[in-house]
Design a protein around this ligand. Structure first.
Ligand SMILES: [Zn+2]
Length: 301
């Protein structure tokens, strides 16, 4: 069983859900992020957040995958200051909805003043609501941006054990682990943090507090990055227990602190019934619906 704790399913297809489930992914976490082009009004954010806790959660369940999300204003769009102020007002309305496991992904993109302001305000919100935090580290100035993100989280009195720092690499991992934060790694196909490098990170640092995810979205990315990396780790001699820890258990331990995510959600799931609809919309296009009988439902390993 695998968890992909960072994947933007809104940008993915139904076929992805099918192959993810077949590959052993039982649960996903979908962080609120940007959509590839900037939004121009707060209503677009409101509908997007609604879809993360509504339609996407339904769609995922229709394919037998438990879906959770994080709610936050991404650093890139924090730079539209007037709009950001409106979005900040929306966040508390969504942060406490069912299936929301963290505030995120928040942090820095270009490390501007506007990003800093929103990052700090959202850390305060997380503290007030006693929530887990997912931090997106910048792709430029990675090392400095990662250190600064942790400094600011500490400054706001956030417990490192409740913070997942994502998009790590070999340069950042040691400091993140030494300071007691969770270190997540995004496996980007062909570039950046590839899965062969991930194997070596686990060989060097072990499995404690390390998390593997795909961050698959609308760009070149792979929704099967977690199971593929797990297989490569096994092929290259990482023990099965460590593979399970970084591709399943650590994400569960970190995000279940929210009280919103439990193993029983997928060990004892509701049987799939594709006759169901969400606001009169179903995932079917004239197909015969899959309807599992509760009695003979067995989890596909
Ligand atoms: Zn993301």
């Amino acid at each position: 069983m695998f968890i992909d704790p960072h994947i933007h399913m809104t940008a993915r297809t139904t076929y992805d859900y099918l192959i993810m489930r077949e590959s052993g992914i039982v649960a996903v976490i979908e962080p609120a992020f940007w959509l590839g082009q900037p939004r121009t009004n707060a209503g677009s954010f409101q509908d997007y957040f609604s879809s993360l806790v509504g339609w996407e959660r339904f769609r995922s369940a229709q394919f037998g995958i438990a879906h959770y999300c994080t709610i936050g204003l991404n650093p890139k769009e924090a730079n539209n200051e007037a709009l950001a102020a409106e979005v900040m007002e929306l966040l508390p309305l969504f942060a406490c909805k069912e299936g929301v496991v963290a505030i995120g992904e928040i942090g820095y993109d270009d490390m501007t003043k506007a990003e800093d302001k929103c990052f700090r305000a959202q850390l305060e919100l997380a503290k007030e609501l006693d929530m887990v935090v997912l931090i997106h580290t910048p792709h430029r100035n990675k090392k400095a941006g990662t250190s600064r993100s942790m400094d600011v989280a500490i400054e706001h009195g956030i417990d490192p054990n409740k913070v997942i720092i994502d998009h790590n690499n070999e340069e950042t991992v040691k400091e993140v682990l030494d300071r007691g934060f969770w270190a997540a790694f995004t496996i980007y196909p062909h570039t950046k943090m590839g899965n062969a490098r991930m194997v070596e990170v686990v060989r060097q640092y072990g499995s404690d507090r390390i998390i593997v995810d795909s961050s698959a979205d609308w760009g070149i990315s792979d929704p099967l990055a977690v199971p593929k990396t797990a297989q490569l780790m096994l092929d290259r001699g990482i023990c099965a227990n460590d593979v399970n820890t970084v591709c399943y258990q650590n994400a569960l331990t970190a995000y279940s602190q929210s009280g919103q995510m439990k193993e029983s959600d997928w060990l004892n799931p509701q049987p799939i019934d594709q006759r169901q609809s969400f606001n009169d919309n179903s995932v079917l296009r004239g197909q015969e619906p899959i309807v599992e009988a509760a009695s003979n439902y067995a989890l596909i390993e």
